[in-house]
Design a protein around this ligand. Sequence first.
Ligand SMILES: Cc1cc2nc3c(=O)[nH]c(=O)nc-3n(C[C@H](O)[C@H](O)[C@H](O)COP(=O)(O)OP(=O)(O)OC[C@H]3O[C@@H](n4cnc5c(N)ncnc54)[C@H](O)[C@@H]3O)c2cc1C
Length: 459
Amino acid sequence: MTESRNYRLVHGGGDEAEIPHVLIVGGGYLGMYTARRLEKKLGAGEARITVIDPNSYMTYQPFLPETAAGSISPRHVVVPLRKVFDRVRVLGGRVVRIDHAERTVRYEPNVGEPETIHYDHIVLAAGAVSRTLPIPGLAEWGIGIKTVEEAAYLRNHVLNQLAIADSTDDEEIRAKALRFVFVGGGFAGAEAIAELEDLVRDAVRMYSSIGLEDVQFYLIEAADKILPEVGPEVGTKALNQLRQRGIDVRLKTFLESAVDQRIKLSDGTEFDAGTLVWTAGVKPSPVVAASDLPLGPKGHVDTTEYLTVNGVDNAFAGGDNAQVPDGNGGYYPPNAQNAVRQAPVLADNVIATLRGGKLKPYRHKNLGAVAGLGLHKGAAQLFGKVKLNGRLAWYAHRAYHLYAVPTFNRKMRVLADWTLAFLLRRDFAALPEMVEPRQAFEEASEPQIVQDGRLRRVS
Ligand SMILES: Cc1cc2nc3c(=O)[nH]c(=O)nc-3n(C[C@H](O)[C@H](O)[C@H](O)COP(=O)(O)OP(=O)(O)OC[C@H]3O[C@@H](n4cnc5c(N)ncnc54)[C@H](O)[C@@H]3O)c2cc1C
């Protein structure tokens, strides 16, 4: 391990060390928008701003289901952080410990030895990770849909399952490959299953041995409803839509086991499935627990309505790793809508702290929710009044997200993807080997000899 070093070494030392250092943990919605506002409003001599994130990009997560369905290219749902900043320092790595009493973080770069970095003000914007349960087999066979890599993998994997089924007469292998299980009927789960079912519905036409009746999608939900975000009326209609499409939605049902891809449900059903997607909720990023900051009952950073951390100075938080009071005794839901709107308030409160100004509380009235459920299908509830299903909701979904995806560049690329898909129809090319791209080269590099007229590997 290298010696602990002051952050100014990373910056090259000099007068910079005298300038207050604002450190942002996480370059997602909250982190990216906060940093952008800080660099816009603060003079170069007022603060140094650093964002630490293991990824060099911010992910527009609402587009991940469409990425999994191939409607949007994976590259177009991410925004390169270094491209959007002028004088924010981006460090590629992970914060693994926060010692706020000492104003230091332990930073593990993606490559290289850990460092200790000093700061004056910290912003916790590390978001959330999938909340899993200790279900046998889940960790081995399940996958989430929280990252662009997972979404891209899912598309290749699902199309590959069709190719597997189409390439054998073994009924067990075929049936297993053609069963797709999604656990969790919230936004991510409902959108993901709907988009992928749509993809498969289109794709099966290419496979001579597979009919739609051979494919089975399951949505397993512990509650008695799906899509609570759009309200009971729109949610029930969306549920009926999914069932009409042949998706087997099981409410008040739990996944009990997935050992060796054998799915066991709490209603007694058992079957083999080649795909298990887990979208049953999220929990705050583990870094917040690895800190001396106060946490709330569910492990979020204990945050005030001013987006400051309760009981300590110079620490700010928002987004999915925080629980922000809504002024009515509850908390704002952890979603992009809130994270994006918290960013300017949080940044302005950091600036007010630096300049000795007054902090402002975060207040936001819910605008509603829009969900895409495959091409020309959706569910939406807008401003608490307007309730939409089907094609109109889908237009609302696309219009809102095109407006909300950051940067003009990404808006244009997403629009181009949609236009191409409209003109040329869906693209079914699958690249499952992307998961292990070096395999072919490794095999080719293995020493071989000719023995008895045949090429054999030397092991
Ligand atoms: C599939 C899906 C669909 C969604 N659809 C919608 C929708 O339609 N509408 C809506 O409002 N919301 C939606 N959401 C939720 C929304 O995306 C999140 O609420 C939002 O991203 C939260 O923003 P954030 O900044 O708190 O976290 P994030 O955007 O997740 O950013 C957190 C960042 O922190 C980084 N990080 C994590 N740990 C560390 C660490 N230890 N050190 C350094 N960096 C770290 C991560 O790499 C990430 O870049 C969806 C989410 C998913 C998964």
